[in-house]
Design a protein around this ligand. Sequence first.
Ligand code: PBG
Length: 353
Amino acid sequence: MAIKFGRPIEMRDAPRRQAALSAPSLDLVVRPRRNRKSEWARRMVRENVLTTDDLIWPMFVVDGNNTRTPVASMPGVDRLTVDQVVRDAERAAKLDIPCIALFPYTEPSLRDEQGSEALNPDNLVCQSVRAIKKEFPDIGVLCDVALDPFTSHGHDGLIADGRILNDETVAVLVKQALTQAEAGCDIIAPSDMMDGRVGSIREALDDSGFIDVQIMSYAAKYASAFYGPFRDAIGSAKTLTGDKRTYQMDSANSDEALREVELDIAEGADMVMVKPGMPYLDIVRRVKDTFAMPTFVYQVSGEYAMIAGAARNGWIDGDRAMMEALLGFKRAGADGILTYFAAQAAEKIKAQR
Ligand code: PBG
């Protein structure tokens, strides 16, 4: 029997049947709406699900004691002193969030051209890693590798004559990664987009005995306007000279993302990331389909700010927009999401059970 797709009844033996009908009807056999008729039916055919295991929670650390300072452009996000980072790590553990990511706000007096504070084994990130690991050894801690929170010019690398130096920067990034591994960090996440940094970091970690420290590379990271609020949070927005387009990717490109990801995998990345998230869902899908690697996506500060800001103004339902955006990443093929909504989303997921 041929399946009857939406051929209007009027086109067939219309007169007899039409007389029998009080309301106009299409004689459809295939009606996709049947599977959406109630919540239990929708649950049965649901293809993707967001769980707390999918979440990585980025946090901002600042010097001081027992203080939480709101980030104006990220409503609901605070800069935390180390003791408060530990409290939020506890909250993450209770919410079954597997991993947290740390970003420092470095005092301007500690920033210099070389980003030397990145190599200080007692910097805010290293202090936080040790404090978290002491109390909650079973939560994963991810540390960003890049110099921008530490440089006076706000760039991720070293500069000479106005140009970002690649290989010289990689040498410093390797030291930064080792400093963080020594503090007890579980995942090294190079976000700098220098060529060859994953391979150099992997080699140095292995040579120093950190064979189990994972690398999640920001493999396809685009030069994006959506990082604005993050730069406020780490205090590099005002100092950043120029832009990052000689190292971060051009948002027009897609094939190039595959080449970048392929290189990082070949150099030893355990997991790869696409960043930002929502404008780059096509990249997430291509990367996942092409490499079948653990693929992460970063819902960046600007994406967070748009949803949180609109919600604060009553323009959208913030909780629903948050969950829809996060599920969209899963649907696109992401295995996990770095998101400032992590705790809020985890609470919602737990409440739904
Ligand atoms: C630093 C870094 C950035 C982000 C993560 N690591 C900013 C940048 O590259 O300028 C952005 C995160 C966000 O916007 O939430 N290299």
